[in-house]
Design a protein around this ligand. Sequence first.
Ligand code: NAP
Ligand code: MG
Length: 575
Amino acid sequence: MLACRRHLRLSALSAYTDTLTRRSAGGYFLSHGPLAPHIYSSGARALPAPRYVSSSSHCINSSKGSRAAPMSAGVVEITVPGTGKKISVPTGLFINNKFVPSVDSQEKIDCVNPATEEHLASVVAGSAKDIDVAVAAAREAFNTTWGKNVSGFQRSKLMNKLADLIERDAEELAALETLNNGKPFKIARDFDIGDSVGCLRYYAGWADKIVGQSIEIEPKTKFAYTKHEPIGVCGQIIPWNYPIQMWAWKVAPALAVGCTIVMKPSEFTPLTALKLSELIVEAGFPPGVVNTVPSLGSVGGAAISSHKDIDKVAFTGSTITGRRIMKAAAESNLKKVSLELGGKSPHLIFESADLDQAANWAALGILYNTGQDCTAGSRVYVQESIYDKFIETLVTKAKQLVVGDGFDEKVGGGPVVSKVQYDKVWSYIEAGKEQGAKLVLGGQKRSSKGYYVDPTIFTDITPEMKIVTDEIFGPVLSVGKFKTEEDAIKVANDTSYGLAAGFHSTDANQCMRVSDALEAGTIWVNQYGLLYNNVAFGGKKQSGIGRELGSDALHEYISVKAVQWNIGEKLDWPL
Ligand code: NAP
Ligand code: MG
C-alpha cells in the first residue's frame, strides 16, 4: 500500500522532504435533529479521558505466557531517541472506550524497533473471546448510539475532530510509527499522517451526503426509494507497512456511513493503533464505535473472519491470508469481504520517455517505504534502444537514497519492518543470485544492527525467476528489456496480480493504447506510486476485491435497502 503523496519533488531520492500542505479542518456542520446525548452534551474539551482498567504497569520485560492471570492493561512509556521525549502508550485492548485486559489471554505481543533490534514494548495479545467482547460492544453501539441513530452531520463533526487531534499529535504519532515500523520520521509525519488526516477529512465530507435514489415506478400508484444504510459491524484487519494510514483508510469510510469497528492491527505494529484509540475517546465517539484488539493474525484475525456477528471484513495484506479470510467468511455467515492484496507491478519505460524523470519514478516505485508496498514497481521493463542508458541512470539515482535510522534527517529509507521480513527479502536476493540474474546494485548484508536491506537491482532476468514472479516486499528490483509495445504489454500482464502498473512515454497515442491494455486497478502514466484520497484504489485478478479511497470505498460499507411503496394500486384476488 502506498502513501497518498502530493507535490513530490524528486530531483534526488533523498528529496522526500516536501512537506504536505495541511488543510484546515474546514467548516463544521451544525448538528440537526435528535442527538445522542453523550456525543454533544459537552464541548470538545469536556470529554472523558480514556480509562485504563487495572493499574498501570510497565510491560517491558514481562515474558511470554509467564503470567498466571491475563496480562493487565497498562501503559508503557517509550523514549524518543534524540529528543528524549517520553510517549505513553496504552498496552491493553481498547473496547467500549476503555483500555482493558484480555478476558483470558496470557499472551503478549512484543514490539521491536527494526532500526536497532531493541525491544520497545509489550502489549496484550487478544484472544478469540476478546474479539467476541469487542464485537458485542460494536453491535451495542451500532444499535444504540451509532449506526442509524446518528446523523451524517454528527458523524462528520466527530470525524473532523478526530482529524484535528491526529494533526495536533502528528509529531508524537510519527515518532511512534518510526520506532515501531522503521520508516523515516519525516515521511511518517508528512506523508502517512498528513494523508491520514486528509483521508478522515475527505470522508467526513461524505458523511452527510450518503444518499439513495427515489424511483418512479407507476405514476400515481407506485413509488420506490433506496436507502444507503451502514452495513453494520465491521472487522478490519490491517498490515504493518503503513500502520496509521491503513487504519485511516479503513476507519474513515466505515465511520462516514455509520458502521462500527473492531480493528486488528498487525502483531508487528500495534502501537499507533492503540495511541489513536485514545484520540477516539477525546474526539467524543460513543463507546463501542471503534474498538482495537491487538492480536495474532491466526487468533484475532481468524476470529474476526469467522465471526457470526460481523457483517463485513476489510483486509489488507498478503494474498494467502486474503484467501483464508474469504474462506472463513464464506463458511461462517457469508459476511461481505473486501481484500487489498499484493502485487508484482510492472513499470514500463518506452524510448520516447524523459529518461531522467522515468528513472526518478522507477527508483521511487521500488524504494519508497523500503519496497514494502503492495504497489511497488518491482518489475521494470525498458525498451532496448534506451536500456543501457536507463540502467546507468537508475543505478545512480538509487545510490542517492540514504538508508538508515528513521530519526536521522538525511534518511529517505529505513530498515524493513521485522526479522521475518528481513530473512524473507534476503532469501529472494540469494535466489536471484542462484538463478543467474545479474546484480548491478546492492546484494551485500550490513554487519551492523538493524533489519537493513540496501537498494538492490537485478538485470538479465528471465520470466521464471523467483525475483520476477513473487512479491518480495523489499527494495529489490528486477529490470528486463523489451523490443516492441506489444512485447511490453505482454510481459507486463504476465502475472496473476493486477494491483497497479505504470509506464513512461511522451507519445500520447501510445499512452492511450498502453493504459487501456494494462491489466491493473491503478495505471500510472509518466509517474508512479501516487495515490489520492479522492481516487479509487484496488486490485484486479488476484490483487483483491473491492475498492478503497474515493467515493467507491463508501460502497464497501453500505447496504442498499429498497423501499417499495404502494400509493394507489388495488390488488384483485384471486389471481
Ligand atoms: P499477512 O499475514 O497478510 O498480515 C496482514 C494482516 O493479516 C495482519 O494484521 C495479520 O496479523 C493478519 N493475519 C494473519 N493471519 C491471519 C489469518 N489467518 N486470518 C486473519 N488475519 C490474519 O502478511 P504478513 O505475514 O505480515 O506478511 C507476509 C507478506 O504479505 C509480505 O511479505 C508481503 O508480501 C505481503 N503483505 C502485503 C501487504 C499489502 O499491503 N498488500 C501488507 C503486508 C504484507 P498479524 O500480523 O498479527 O499476524
Ligand atoms: Mg502473523
